[in-house]
Ligand binder design. Structure first.
Ligand SMILES: *Cc1c(COP(=O)(O)O)cnc(C)c1O
Length: 383
């Protein structure tokens, strides 16, 4: 599926065949009652959905404007939204008769979610992870191993997420029994569409909850954007409504510092990991290293649907720096008794800023994509 000029399948022929097999099964499964029933069963009984839509009264008072509601994806099993997608894709892999799941991971969050569902469904699991990331994300590496998965260290290039994805694709092409479980709304078709399908539950729930709790739609909804899965998951059900939508990229040390992760702000179209989208590149078209204090936002590209939603002006993409995110992180800890992931802290920082634009009777929803267990070391190292 294409999103305007974005998306597509920029991959070798052998891979195309495997992708099309997945696409065919996915489109069948989407309309299959049993499949959706099973997916919803695990979301409820294993993940703990629906996640609450929490009116953060102290934050609301602090910001001084619209009521701020937090969609609590941090309360999901394994601590973030990623498990929604992992459950969906492994059920699809099972339907296809696959026995070996592979996944890439940067910060380790998607690696933990994937290892978790592989343990649940008794499948062999290999997690590709850059050698640098293995050192930086010790805690998650240990969790992945405890869950029974293998961690494959990727040493080429910078030894980070980008290289881990490349190696996972190569392994995927070479092995017949393998299903590649991608962790964000990125990659070649059908992944962006499929990941959205398994994440759109966030926005479906949030819409029902706000209509019940606040009796009307919110003025605005906000989510952070790494590859773009928690954000498209929240946005999807609101795209046709009269609601302002904001995606927040990681501005790192500032937009002019060159050390950021803002693919849309960078405004260069290119091809990476099988998709055409906005990709951070130098003048000769080499992919630039992204930087953000939060590993989940530290990706040089962005999902193709976001690229499209940006060009048609339906979603406004903006950014928040490391310092602004850390400040919001501390405020939420002190005022709400919630320790948010650094990724989610970007969305909250933006929410605090724009809440003031609206009246007290209005509301906004911020997606609290995950909790901060994985970030505590980073926070401690700041001092
Ligand atoms: C991985 C992650 C993100 C970023 O990924 P998206 O695909 O853009 O959602 C955001 N928040 C948390 C907590 C994460 O673990």
């Amino acid at each position: 599926m294409n999103y305007g000029e974005f998306g597509g399948q920029y991959v070798p022929q052998e891979l195309k065949e495997k992708l099309n097999e997945i696409a065919k099964e996915f489109r069948k499964a989407k309309h299959n009652k049993e499949f959706n029933k099973e997916y919803n069963y695990y979301l409820k009984q294993f993940v703990g959905r629906p996640s609450p839509l929490y009116l953060a009264e102290n934050l609301t008072q602090y910001a001084g404007g619209a009521k701020i509601y937090l969609k609590r994806e941090d309360l999901n099993h394994t601590g973030a939204h990623k498990i929604n997608n992992a459950i969906g894709q492994i059920l699809l892999a099972k339907r296809m008769g696959k026995t070996h799941i592979i996944a890439e991971t940067g910060a380790g969050q998607h690696g933990v979610a994937t290892a978790t569902v592989c343990s649940l469904f008794n499948m062999k699991c290999t997690i590709f992870m850059g050698s640098e990331d293995i050192i930086r994300q010790r805690l998650n590496v240990e969790k992945i191993k405890l869950l029974g998965a293998n961690v494959k260290s990727v040493t080429r290039g910078d030894g980070t997420l980008k290289e881990a994805v490349d190696e996972a694709f190569e392994y995927f092409v070479e092995h017949k029994d393998v299903f590649y479980l991608i962790g964000s709304a990125v990659g070649p078709s059908p992944y962006p569409e499929m990941v959205k399908y398994f994440q759109k539950i966030i926005g479906e729930e949030a819409k029902k909850q706000i209509l019940k709790q606040d009796k009307k739609l919110p003025k605005a909804i906000i989510a952070c954007v790494g590859g773009g899965s928690n954000s498209i998951g929240l946005f999807n059900d609101f795209l046709k409504e009269d609601v302002e939508i904001f995606g927040v990229e990681g501005a790192g040390k500032g937009l002019n510092s060159g050390k950021h992760a803002c693919a849309i702000y960078d405004n260069k179209i290119g091809i990476l990991h099988g998709m055409k989208t906005y990709i951070m590149q130098d003048n000769s078209g080499n992919v630039k290293d992204a930087y953000s204090i939060s590993a989940g936002l530290d990706y040089p590209g962005i999902g193709p649907e976001h690229a499209y939603l940006s060009t048609i002006g339906r979603v406004k993409y903006d950014s928040v720096t490391d310092d602004e995110a850390i400040n919001a992180f501390k405020i939420v800890c002190k005022l709400e008794g919630i320790i948010p992931a650094l990724e989610s802290s970007h969305a909250i920082a933006y929410g605090l800023k724009i809440a003031k634009k609206y009246n007290k009777e209005d509301s906004i929803i911020v997606n609290l994509s995950g909790r901060a267990d994985k970030d505590i070391e980073t926070i401690l190292n700041l001092k």
